[in-house]
Design a binder for this molecule. Structure first.
Ligand SMILES: [Zn+2]
Length: 430
């Protein structure tokens, strides 16, 4: 990066800082990436530590991936994280739900910065989670990308700061969350108990790319159709919940969505889970299907949800069966980009963009930061805590058996954590 670029960062940063009204503690300093900051010996040492020890980091990344950790059964992975952070002289605690928190004390006067990496995966016990090395510097395994890469990155960033004696004014909290994949449950639980004393949240959970500062609203519903049931021999003319469910699914697809190129979109997926009767020769007494509805627009998500439920109610009435919507999960939308313009200008967002650029990550012009996200950061966004989600590595096919990650880009994901700590928790003077 050139000196001119740094000057631009500083000017942009200053403007953002003036307009963003951060907490009093963090308002006192510039907390930005600069030539001076990256030239500091402890920052350089920490970054060099990551390069020097990258092979060990990859070995640990593989090891973490091969510890089964379905949502709700993360204890073994948490135990690994705990043991490693204890080696750095930290004293991690595990809360009632299983989230781990390790506080790295600052020298005082800076904001408390939380790094949160979820340890759980969507893969049930018994899934083959063995890691294979593939050509092109790639690792393949369920969970290798989402999210064991972030867990390994976070541990290595903690080691790098420890080895380089990089001190910050603000406290840094390393948090390993549980049950992220089933509705951000771990983070909701955690923030409820740690809201005071949390100034900034960085969720480590995405592909390297744009900084996400919003929250994708996610409504997961189970549509339940019920009836008396009847033996096939007596089925003629009898109400059938399956027929109502089928009618409803067909009708849901008539609910209009924003055009694919609209500034704010919406998506839904019907039938990710479906259940019906238990025998061939009877009308089922209960038929259910799921709806997964998503948009960042708080009004739109409610309008669409109401329209979908109305279709189900109408189908149930026509077919003379019962209907109830059960919530599986409900996470509110953070807002349209124009509703979040102040959030976008926050130093946390702008600094994260600067850090990625400094590390050579190409970001789309105008799309460096996006008002969306479906990570632990959503919980912070919805609770008014300046929060972002940033990436771990380059990879793809998350939540599938063919999940993969590029190896070398995890180095960038890790350096990013160190630089965010040094800027946002404010590296302490010596
Ligand atoms: Zn994830």
């Amino acid at each position: 990066m050139t000196a001119g670029m740094h000057r631009r960062f500083l000017i942009v940063g200053l403007l953002a800082w003036l307009s963003a009204a951060p907490s009093p503690a963090s308002a006192q300093s510039s907390a930005r990436l600069s030539d001076a900051l990256v030239a500091r010996p402890e920052v350089r040492d920490a970054l060099a530590f990551i390069d020097r020890n990258f092979e060990q980091q990859v070995a640990e990344w593989i090891r973490i991936t091969e510890i089964p950790a379905p949502s709700g059964q993360e204890a073994a992975r948490i135990a690994h994280v705990k043991a490693e952070l204890e080696k750095l002289g930290l004293t991690p605690t595990v809360d009632g739900l299983g989230n781990l928190t390790a506080r790295r004390p600052g020298t005082g006067g800076g904001p408390t910065l939380v790094f949160a990496a979820h340890v759980d995966t969507v893969f049930p016990v018994g899934t083959d989670i063995g890691v294979r090395r593939a050509p092109g510097g790639v690792l393949r395994a369920p969970g290798i990308f989402d999210n064991s890469a972030s867990v390994a990155n976070m541990l290595q960033a903690a080691r790098a700061m420890h080895a380089a004696n990089l001190r910050t004014r603000g406290d840094i909290l390393f948090v390993a969350t549980v049950q992220e994949e089933i509705g951000l449950k771990g983070m909701y639980y955690w923030l409820e108990r740690n809201r005071s004393g949390t100034d900034l949240i960085v969720a480590l959970d995405a592909g390297l790319g744009p900084v996400m500062y919003g929250a994708l609203g996610i409504y997961w519903s189970r549509m339940v159709f019920t009836g008396a049931g009847a033996h096939t021999n007596n089925s003629r003319g009898q109400p059938n919940p399956a027929r109502a469910a089928a009618q409803c699914i067909t009708d849901i697809y008539t609910v209009p969505l924003p055009a694919p190129d609209a500034p704010v979109g919406a998506v839904y997926n019907v039938g990710g889970l479906m259940t019906g009767g238990s025998v061939v020769n009877a009308i089922p007494q209960e038929v259910t299907f799921s709806v997964d509805l998503r948009t960042v627009d708080p009004q739109l998500i409610q309008t669409l949800d109401a329209a979908i439920v109305a279709k189900c109610e109408a189908a149930a009435a026509v077919h003379k069966v019962g209907f109830a919507r059960q919530w599986i999960q409900r996470s509110e939308a953070g807002g349209r980009p124009e509703q979040l313009s102040e959030r976008r200008a926050h130093p946390l967002v702008q600094t994260a963009v600067d850090v990625l650029r400094y590390l050579g990550v190409e970001l789309p012009r105008g799309g460096e930061a996006q008002a969306t996200g479906s990570t632990d950061a959503n919980v912070g966004v919805l609770n008014g805590v300046p929060s972002i989600a940033v990436g771990r590595s380059r990879g793809g096919d998350p939540h599938t058996l063919s999940e993969w990650s590029d190896i070398d880009s995890a180095r960038i994901g890790t350096k990013q954590i160190v630089l965010l700590a040094a800027t946002m928790a404010e590296v302490a003077s010596r």
